[in-house]
Design a binder for this molecule. Structure first.
Ligand code: NAD
Length: 450
């Protein structure tokens, strides 16, 4: 590990990763490899999480291919130094921004989108000119193996390298003096990463999770709300960081909405063949223990050998229930009731700031009230999870749900240092800033700063 790390540092210092030509050639190579090996990637995702081809392509393989295409197209423009405004008192001066590569960076991934959540930040790190060490999740073992073959088998190991192993490997990696650490995973491990990074003052991006609320008010289109909430919740069997964790439904439409949710489940989720499975026994057991049989709205099918948990709605849930004590991260959707939106917003303000928040409402005042009064990573009105697919929006959390944001240009910026500098002419030299500092100079500076 230390040798790989040293070789990465040496390569970075050589400056060979910095040119536009080098960066774009590596991005194109990555794109070509993903296209060539897409069947193996889809296969690995199926073996790890029983992802259907549609899900695996749209949320992982196709998703990063799209991102590669637009990054390759935009990189030259992003890399250009930008001229910015200069205030009048800096006369004869021009001001610029450049984006400098950071150095050797570490990317640590989770198990739920084990391919996309490694490759998406990787695109930004390559685009920004860094050397990169990758540590995928050991729990998505097939994808981990496939990433090792794809990357270690085709890239210079001093430039891009995937390390395999459990958390002890990650822990040792975190002792090294990286120039940036990009971590996706739980808030619990995020705290460990942050603490370890602080030893070297290494900057971090923490893409974490938490309980993302969804509100359905009395003006919502109930059928559309049910469809879109259940899509966001049951994608990847609920193992999505921005999945709606729980729903608050206005009491006047509560019973009708529960009926609508059950109807959508019956029409869309009767076939469990293309439904995802829980990653491992530990999470399967954790999740089944969250299901209170007295609160389910329809029959729940669980199967330990295949780690299947069928779509589960719980009603009459309160904050005392076990399911409300932790991020669910599985196909269980608790429904709670509210009667006053202002009171609900006040309550949600007391909780940790979530990664996402969704509101289903056709009332503009309610939309503005919720989005102006609550702080969360990102979200949607009358939809779930789709904000993640817009590369023009920064994606990241706040507070316990994360630090920093990426996607599109934001990824490039995140893996760069934005360096600001000024360039001054020499044909004129106004002596105001030079001592001695007379009363007249003070008067002038006060005037300028007014
Ligand atoms: P996790 O935190 O358990 O593991 C993430 C990574 O950290 C893995 O690679 C693992 O090997 C490593 N790790 C685990 N324990 C460690 C330790 N003690 N020291 C150092 N490294 C350690 O997360 P997970 O279970 O794989 O993923 C689920 C979590 O990730 C959920 O909380 C989810 O919300 C979050 N998540 C967030 C995003 C996002 O974009 N914000 C995306 C996906 C998942």
């Amino acid at each position: 590990m230390e040798n790989i790390f040293k070789a990465h540092k040496t390569l970075f210092l050589s400056g060979n990763t910095l040119s536009y030509e080098f960066r774009v050639s590596q991005l194109k190579k990555l794109k070509r490899l993903i296209i060539e090996h897409q069947e193996e990637i889809l296969e690995a995702l199926y073996k790890d999480l029983h992802k259907s081809r549609f899900e695996a392509y749209s949320t992982e393989v196709g998703y990063v291919l799209k991102s590669l295409t637009s990054t390759i197209k935009s990189l030259k423009k992003w890399m250009k130094p930008k001229k910015v405004k200069t205030p009048f008192y800096l006369t004869t001066t021009s001001s610029y921004l450049t984006y400098d590569a950071l150095g050797t960076v570490l990317i640590i991934g989770p198990y739920n989108y084990p391919f996309q959540l490694i490759v998406e930040p990787l695109i930004g790190a390559i685009a920004a000119g860094n050397t990169i060490i990758i540590k995928p999740s050991e729990f998505a073992a097939h994808t981990e193996k496939m990433l090792i073959e794809l990357i270690n088998g085709h890239f210079d190991k001093d430039y891009l390298y995937v390390l395999e192993g459990d958390y002890t490997v990650t822990s040792k990696l975190l002792d090294l003096k990286f120039d940036h650490i990009f971590f996706t995973g739980s808030s619990r491990v995020g705290q460990i990463v942050y603490e370890k990074a602080s030893k070297h003052l290494t900057p971090v991006t923490l893409e974490l999770g938490g309980k993302s609320p969804t509100i359905v008010d009395e003006t919502a289109n109930l059928k559309i709300a049910a469809e879109r909430i259940l899509f966001g919740k049951f994608l990847n069997a609920g193992q999505t960081c921005i999945a709606p964790d729980y729903i608050y439904v206005h009491d006047t439409i509560h019973d009708e909405f529960i009926t609508t949710l059950n109807q959508v489940i019956n029409t869309r989720y009767s076939d469990m063949d293309s439904f995802g499975r829980i990653i491992n026994d530990r999470h399967f057991n954790r999740l089944t223990a969250l299901i209170d049989e007295t609160k389910v709205t329809q029959e729940v099918v669980t199967d330990a050998p295949t780690k299947l948990i069928s779509p589960t709605i719980l009603k009459g849930v309160t904050w005392e229930d076990k399911v409300m004590q932790e991020e669910i991260f599985g196909p269980i959707l608790p429904v709670l009731k509210y009667s006053n939106l202002k009171d609900l917003v006040s309550l949600l303000k007391t909780k940790d700031k979530p990664l996402a928040l969704y509101l289903f409402s056709n009332n503009k005042k309610n939309q503005t009230y919720v989005f102006e009064n609550l702080s969360f990573g990102g979200g949607a009105i009358n939809d779930t999870i789709m904000h993640v697919s817009n590369p023009y929006l920064p994606f990241g959390g706040i507070g316990m749900s994360g630090i920093g944001a990426y996607h599109g240009f934001y990824s490039f910026k995140l893996f760069s240092h934005t360096k600001g500098y000024v360039k001054k002419a020499t044909w004129l030299d106004l002596p105001i800033v030079y001592p001695p500092y007379t009363k007249a100079k003070e008067k002038l500076i006060r005037k300028i700063f007014k």
